[in-house]
Design a binder for this molecule. Structure first.
Ligand code: AMP
Length: 281
């Protein structure tokens, strides 16, 4: 496995692969990798070559968010990538990705207005801009994103379709800890007490999913049951508990189309997200 830090090195390697007729899968990450990221890398092994980008993208963090404290460990990341079967890590510095005079952005409109877009107004602009840049640099055939960030997955799918990017977007299931907590690099922020408290997210998601699977169509009832579980935990503070159309990300009242039920909850100072989607109507 090779690790490179510059755009020109990635381009050189990928061009050679393409000359040899090989397909390329890309897994964009912010590093501090865990089994969730590894599941994406393993899925990407359906391509001849797998590139993992490790880039803590300043543009997708708000001024009061955790950019400075976000965990980093490139040595550990290399081991995780190797274990999962990656061929190349692209780990650029912010200066390599954003020149001093940078002024071009990619915005997706309606889909980014709800859910995380409300609390994190510049987040998706940062995500779409960096993902577009990574697509232009790596020119993958397929790119892999986790269902854990369901809104991000929907936004990236919309962007690739709207802008005619010739890249297949593959969504991968949420990987969880044994007790149900969705794996996240941010889980490392949690104290022991907060780690226990964080279980309310997956418990709420599981309850909501069971209700919907058992035929409940009234979103208010599902949201209220999910909210009650989260509010029963004193360390938890709800950012949102919502059910939206999977297609538009706008809130719905009745489940008569594919939906996303998503939660964002602060456990202490750490903001965590979880969700389930329901496609069968
Ligand atoms: P991040 O490094 O947090 O930006 O995540 C990089 C990619 O890994 C994104 O597509 C995430 O959705 C995905 N991912 C993160 N956590 C998980 C998880 N627990 N299960 C599946 N995919 C995940």
């Amino acid at each position: 496995m090779t690790v490179v830090n510059t755009i020109s090195e990635v381009r050189k390697i990928v061009k050679q692969w393409k000359r040899e007729g090989m397909t390329v899968g890309l897994v964009p990450t912010m590093g501090y990798l865990h089994e969730g990221h590894q599941s994406l890398i393993r899925a990407a092994c359906e391509n001849d070559k797998v590139v993992v980008s490790i880039f803590l993208n300043p543009m997708q963090f708000g001024p009061d968010e955790d950019l400075a404290s976000y965990p980093r460990d490139i040595q550990r990341d290399k081991t995780k990538c190797m274990e999962a079967g990656a061929d190349l890590i692209f780990a650029p510095d912010p200066e390599e990705m954003y020149c001093d005079n940078f002024q071009s952005y990619v915005d997706v409109d309606l889909l980014t207005k709800e859910l995380c877009g409300l609390t994190r107004p510049c987040h998706f602009r940062g995500v779409c801009t960096v993902v577009t840049k990574l697509f232009n640099i790596v020119t993958p055939d397929r790119a892999y994103f986790g269902q854990k960030d369901a809104q991000q997955l929907a936004v990236i799918k919309r962007m690739t379709e709207d802008l005619n990017m010739d890249i297949e977007i593959i969504g991968c299931p949420i990987v969880r800890e044994k007790d149900g907590l969705a794996k996240s690099s941010r889980n490392t922020y949690l104290s022991d007490e907060e780690r226990k408290a964080a279980l309310v997210l997956s418990q709420a998601v599981k309850l909501g999913e069971n209700m919907v699977n058992n035929g409940e169509k009234d979103c208010e009832k599902v949201i209220s049951a999910m909210t009650d579980i989260i509010n029963s935990e004193p360390l938890a503070r709800i950012d949102y508990v919502k059910i939206t159309s999977l297609l538009t990300m706008q809130q719905v009242k009745h489940i008569d189309e594919p939906v996303l039920a998503a939660v964002a909850v602060y456990i202490g100072r750490t903001r965590l997200i979880d969700n389930f989607s329901f496609n069968q109507i």
